[in-house]
Design a protein around this ligand. Structure first.
Ligand code: ADP
Ligand code: ZN
Length: 305
């Protein structure tokens, strides 16, 4: 049996999986991403964990199709390096592909995590039948993977789809990137919790902000949530006008809120997308959650993307 190792490196944890060539997830594990040790040592730990999975499944190095890595951007896939991800500071400039080459004599492919998750939705999720779609993740931050004309659109260095820093409201406050009113600064889970906490004068989680808003008991929270839905609508309309997708897939923790978000954003799209077919673009929830990152990472070496 042939299989690929999929690795999804995140700011808090790294998910590792073995995925068979038919797409079946054979085994998974995860490690805390330890930012206090050298990234080389962290790569050693990841390789050790992956090798344990291989041994469990009685796979030999010759059975390995390759190693796919999804990592937060900014990165540089041309150089095989992590660039400057805010939540992975210890890894800035780290040559992650070369570090894995010390462990494997196999093909190693690096893409940004949202791009890998988009490929997972194409392979095994909500976008199986689409040749043109955008996967948007609304979580701690906001990012996207773009699939167009039957291929991933990665850009020259793997950073295409970094829509979190697309300005949707220049009056929306200072984003750490230096611009004002970036999509992620005003519509991510982090932004909702931050705004809600300021408004209520105490720490409020994103989930609680939604619960208060949707219970109809808190008009201020309701306004905040409706504003966020409108910003997400603005972001989606720009993606529709730019890429003309057949559908938009929404994933990430905030999408768990479900129908209220999907209904409000679809409503905005129906009113504001420029072309008549764009106004009917379906907005669908991601089908893969936990394993999307590693399935997509494995798919990077299993498919021609
Ligand atoms: P990560 O950003 O690490 O990939 P997630 O995709 O789980 O993690 O996104 C985390 C964000 O989603 C947090 O801001 C969290 O508050 C928010 N979130 C998680 N679950 C829910 C939920 N059920 N409803 C609303 N927001 C949620
Ligand atoms: Zn920004």
């Amino acid at each position: 049996m042939q299989a690929a190792i999929g690795i999804d490196i995140g700011g808090t944890k790294t998910a590792i999986g073995l995925v068979a060539s038919d797409g079946a997830v054979l085994a998974t594990t995860s490690l805390p991403t330890d930012l206090t040790i050298s990234p080389y040592d962290m790569v050693d730990r990841i390789a050790e964990a992956a090798n344990r999975l291989m041994a469990e499944k009685e796979l030999l190095p010759a059975d390995l199709q390759g190693i796919g890595i999804g990592a937060p951007g900014p990165l540089n896939t041309k150089l095989g390096q992590i660039a400057e991800p805010p939540n992975l500071r210890a890894w800035w400039g780290f040559p992650v592909v070369d570090a894995f080459k010390r462990h494997y004599d196999a093909r190693i492919v690096l893409e940004n995590d949202a791009t890998a998750a988009a490929l997972a939705e194409k392979q095994a999720g909500a976008a199986k039948d689409a040749d043109h779609f955008v996967y948007v993740t609304i979580s701690t931050g906001i990012g996207a993977g773009i699939y167009s004309h039957g291929r991933l659109l990665t850009g020259s260095t793997g950073n295409a789809g970094d829509i979190g820093h697309m300005v949707v409201d220049p009056a929306g406050g200072d984003c750490p990137c230096g611009q004002r009113g970036c999509f992620e600064h005003i519509a991510s889970g982090t932004a909702i919790a931050r705004e809600a906490s300021v408004m209520l004068g105490r720490p409020v989680t994103t989930k609680e902000a939604f619960e208060l808003a949707l219970s109809g008991r808190d008009a201020a929270m309701d306004q905040l949530v409706q504003r966020v839905f409108r910003y997400i609508g603005i972001g989606c309309v720009t993606l529709i006008n730019t890429f003309d997708p057949e559908l938009i897939v929404i994933g990430g923790g905030v999408s768990q809120v479900g129908a209220p978000l999907f209904d409000a954003v679809s409503g905005y799209i129906r009113e504001h997308a420029l072309n008549p077919s764009g106004r009917r673009t379906p907005l669908v929830p991601a089908a893969l959650h936990q394993d999307a990152g590693l399935i997509g990472a494995a798919a990077l070496v299993q498919t021609h993307y």
